[in-house]
Design a protein around this ligand. Structure first.
Ligand code: NAD
Length: 335
């Protein structure tokens, strides 16, 4: 199978390419423009595995994108390239509008042409549960039927790109699937994101910043479980469907910080005098910060028999140990 993965040198993309390239029968082409969030060091397998090729290209370069799609003729376009950090989208939304909306538009336009010469081509659009907005105090979970109500420039740009995919599919007869996944964590996540920030702040003996009261809840999924879901959905998922992917770990930010501090307090890898939880520091909340997201993945579980393999506690311990052992990877990415 031929996969074209956009954003394949970012967090989820690199883990997806690593996973797919283990099967020597797969050929994987990675489109990534090496933005601040993408790095070849996230996919060292590029040097070792013959079935992995990086094409340095922005999804905003429409002619180049079209040429790549028509040359490669992938069976699956797995679209992950995006600007992804909510705080950056508040400070400077333009890039999010350009990359996430216009970039997706360029890929859809190129896909229209590819479809003329290739049957069974699938556009798999990787999106987020943030498009549904805030659950607030409601005990309801997001489902495939939940109304879109994005709160941040990031989630609004992703919601827009989801709409474009559905509209292009309907009007131009493209085969698509959209996935909306909850918060991912695991190896190779950029140091600016929540879990790496907590770990790196703690081991650098700096304050661990928590927005507001820290009681915002998110559903967490280990990235390895996300990428196995994406492969399964691409191969076996119903075309023209949406799948919600979640880990069933609905936790407050504060409880995650405390869990990480407990893991670090117990590890023998670093010297410490006091508990790492002494470093917790509450900072001004993010504007428009959603209080709760939670996912109902029962459609995916029932249809495709998928379920996450990694328990949150085990996954978190693995992740903390990975950051302790891989300073060489994350240090150069710090601002
Ligand atoms: P990331 O920021 O780690 O990686 C994004 C990648 O896209 C980087 O390698 C970057 O270089 C590349 N990129 C950015 N602009 C580009 C452009 N113009 N052309 C080509 N490449 C470009 O993001 P991530 O966390 O791996 O997320 C990947 C996708 O999954 C995104 O679409 C995101 O919305 C979605 N998603 C992420 C999460 C999560 O928790 N991280 C959850 C659900 C959905």
């Amino acid at each position: 199978m031929k996969y074209l993965v956009t954003g394949g040198l970012g967090f989820i993309g690199s883990n997806l390419c690593r996973h797919l390239s283990r099967n020597k029968k797969n050929e994987i082409f990675v489109i990534d423009n090496l933005s601040y969030a993408g790095s070849k060091t996230s996919l060292p397998e590029l040097k070792k595995r013959k079935n992995l090729t990086h094409l340095n290209c922005s999804i905003l370069q429409k002619n180049k994108i079209k040429k790549i799609l028509l040359d490669v003729k992938p069976d699956f376009l797995m679209h992950l390239a995006a600007e992804t950090h909510v705080d950056r989208s508040i400070k400077g939304p333009r890039r999010f509008i350009e990359t996430n909306i216009l970039g997706t538009f360029n890929l859809l336009e190129a896909s229209k042409e590819l479809k003329q010469i290739k049957d069974n081509f699938l556009f798999l659009h990787v999106s987020t549960d943030e498009v549904f907005g805030d659950l607030g105090k409601s005990k309801k979970l997001f489902t495939e039927k939940t109304r879109y109500s994005p709160s941040s420039p990031y989630s609004a740009s992703k919601a827009s790109s989801d709409h474009l995919v559905r509209a292009w599919a309907k009007t131009f007869d493209l085969e698509y699937i959209i996935t909306n996944c909850s918060n991912n964590y695991g190896q190779f996540q950029h140091p600016e994101k929540l879990i790496p920030t907590i770990i790196i702040s703690a081991i650098s003996n700096k304050n661990i910043p928590i927005y507001g009261n820290g009681l915002q809840k998110r559903d967490w999924l280990h990235v390895n479980d996300h990428v196995t879901a994406l492969e399964l959905i691409a191969k076996k998922g119903k075309r023209m469907e949406t799948y919600l992917i979640g880990g069933g770990n609905h936790l407050t930010n504060l409880s995650i910080v405390k869990k990480i501090c407990d893991i670090l307090d117990k590890t023998k890898k670093i010297k410490k005098e006091n508990s790492f939880s002494d470093l917790i520091s509450f900072v001004q909340d993010r504007p428009g910060h959603d209080t709760s997201y939670a996912i109902d993945s029962s459609f995916l579980k029932k249809e495709l028999m998928w379920s996450p393999n990694m328990s949150f506690d085990k996954g978190l311990e693995k992740t903390v140990n990975w950051y302790l052992d891989n300073e060489k990877w994350w240090k150069p990415l710090l601002k």
